[in-house]
Ligand binder design. Structure first.
Ligand code: 2AM
Length: 177
C-alpha cells in the first residue's frame, strides 16, 4: 500500500526581534493575568500566509516563490490591542498596515497559487497573537507603540506536542532597504 506523503505544517511569518517579543509578552501578562494562555515570548510572530499541511514538493515550490519576492523593508508600529471572540485570542497589531506589508502578502499569495495553495479568502489582518483561550469580552485598547523594524520574512514550521507548540524557523529572506 502507498503511504501518504509526509507533510509539515508551515507558514510564512514576520519574526520580531527578542526585545520586541519580550516587551509584547510583558504587555500580555500585565493585561491578561490568568485570563488566558499567554503565547510564550519565543513563539510570538505575525503570520503572513498560512500554508498548513505541506509536502516536500510544495515546500520546494513555496521556497522558490519566496526567492522571487521583491519586497521592501518597513517599520511596524505595534500599538493596537484587540480581541476576536470566536478563536478567543487577544492580539497586538499595527493601527494601519504598512503598504510594503500588504504588497508582500499579495506577492506571496499570488505566487503560491502555482504551488496549489488556495489564497486566504478573508482580507489580511496583520496581528501578533498574544494569548489564546481568553474567555469573555476583552475591550480594545491602545498601548505605547512597539517600534519594530522589519527587514526579513521567514518560513516557519509548526510542531505540536502534547504540551504545546514549537515553531522552527526554517529559512529567511531579506527585504530591500
Ligand atoms: P493565529 O496566531 O492568529 O492563531 C501558526 O499556527 C500560525 O498560523 C499562527 O499565527 C496562526 O494564526 C496561523 N494559522 C493557524 N491556522 C490558520 C488557518 N487555518 N488560517 C490562517 N492562519 C492560521
Amino acid at each position: 500500500m502507498n503511504r501518504p506523503p509526509e507533510t509539515q505544517r508551515l507558514f510564512f511569518a514576520l519574526w520580531p526581534g527578542a526585545e520586541i517579543r519580550e516587551q509584547a509578552t510583558q504587555i500580555a501578562q500585565r493585561m491578561l493575568g490568568k485570563r488566558g494562555k499567554c503565547v510564550r515570548s519565543e513563539n510570538l510572530h505575525l503570520t503572513l500566509v498560512f500554508l498548513g499541511s505541506t509536502t516536500e514538493q510544495q515546500r520546494a515550490c513555496a521556497e522558490a516563490v519566496a526567492d522571487t519576492i521583491e519586497g521592501t523593508a518597513f517599520a511596524l508600529r505595534l500599538e493596537q490591542i484587540g480581541y476576536w471572540s470566536r478563536p478567543r485570542v487577544v492580539w497586538l497589531a499595527p493601527r494601519e498596515t504598512p503598504q510594503p506589508l500588504i504588497e508582500l502578502v499579495q506577492q506571496l499569495n499570488q505566487g503560491l497559487t502555482a504551488c496549489g495553495y488556495q489564497p486566504e479568502a478573508r482580507p489580511y489582518r496583520a496581528h501578533m497573537t498574544l494569548a489564546r483561550k481568553v474567555a469573555g469580552y476583552f475591550p480594545a485598547r491602545e498601548v505605547a507603540p512597539l517600534a519594530c523594524p522589519v527587514e526579513h520574512f521567514y518560513l516557519v514550521r509548526s510542531v505540536s506536542y502534547p504540551g504545546g507548540v514549537e515553531y522552527q524557523v526554517l529559512r529567511s529572506w531579506p527585504l530591500a532597504q
